[in-house]
Design a protein around this ligand. Sequence first.
Ligand SMILES: C[S@@+](CC[C@H](N)C(=O)[O-])C[C@H]1O[C@@H](n2cnc3c(N)ncnc32)[C@H](O)[C@@H]1O
Length: 342
Amino acid sequence: MTSGKSISSAPPPMVSDRILACLKAPGGSDDQGLELVDNGFLCPDTGETFPLIGGVPSLYSPPEGEGEEITARVKSFYEEHPFPNYEGLEEFGELVSKGSENTFSANLLKAIGYNKTVLECGCGTGQLSHFLQLNNNHVLGIDMSLGSLKLAAEHKLRNGLARSGFAQMNIFDMAVKDASFDVVISHGVLHHTFDARRAFAAITRKVKPGGIIMVGLYNRYARIPTWLRAKIIGVTGGNIDYVVRNHIKDARKAEIWIKDQYYNPHETWHSIGEVQTWFNENDIEYLNCSPAILGTDGEDAEDLFRSTGPGNAYQRAVTQLSWLGTIAREGALFDVIGQKRR
Ligand SMILES: C[S@@+](CC[C@H](N)C(=O)[O-])C[C@H]1O[C@@H](n2cnc3c(N)ncnc32)[C@H](O)[C@@H]1O
């Protein structure tokens, strides 16, 4: 692994050249690329500039009409409660150490490999984006919450990280050229949009043919215990939550986790079979699921991006019921991985 720390003392560019080549003007066509200017981006084709807001490049197109109200409520929630936040991970070395110990992020970095371009849709405060720029990967984290992105950009500057960059964008109208990234990830995000299926279609357009897409969503079965706990957490307090009891030491971090899990203005629940249908609709070949689908070769797949069997309806149902005893206590997120057909 390379550290990503810049040798010169000059601040790193907002985005690296490889990421800049993937950007376009918001709402523009793919040939309306962007240039970096002192205080943001310039589209040479139209002469329009896109300034930094609070130190964060803003290429945000707010939705109009359908989805407007839900998007506004979710945006304002994450402006107030940036997630997951940095307590204890202010130094890049601490972040790398935590990311390497975490099975999910360590396996993801290993599967991505080296020299790739990665787009993280809904990066929140950007920890995963920063971690994945190891191994000479170039990462763009986008989110609609400026409050979250501000923390991501501060971490980048404080640690001189040149290959992770951030911009405010809306998943439904990203200022990113189609088929431009090797890997597109969206973990714990699309279920907070007004239409997760349409959001999925929007993010898959940004993957190159042969590239990887990974989507992490709340599971339809495993999320039920959280929904039940939400009914009584006002009385019991946060200690009813397994993650708060066992994994979070910092009081502010615990508060943010509780807000995100139990007081979110909008969430939807999804099944493995449903996501496999989305894959078919968008020309994506199924590769793997995490946690694995029971009874398939996914159970032995060490590589997250290995091609494994999709299971049958019975295997998928049993798997998701089994998650009531596992991932249900840690937020009930499952990830499905696929490859864009060439
Ligand atoms: C639960 S947080 C997940 C953050 C991060 N991916 C993680 O796993 O820690 C959900 C994030 O999705 C972002 N989000 C939701 N809808 C969005 C949209 N339409 N466009 C961009 N970001 C969105 C929110 O602002 C928020 O930061």
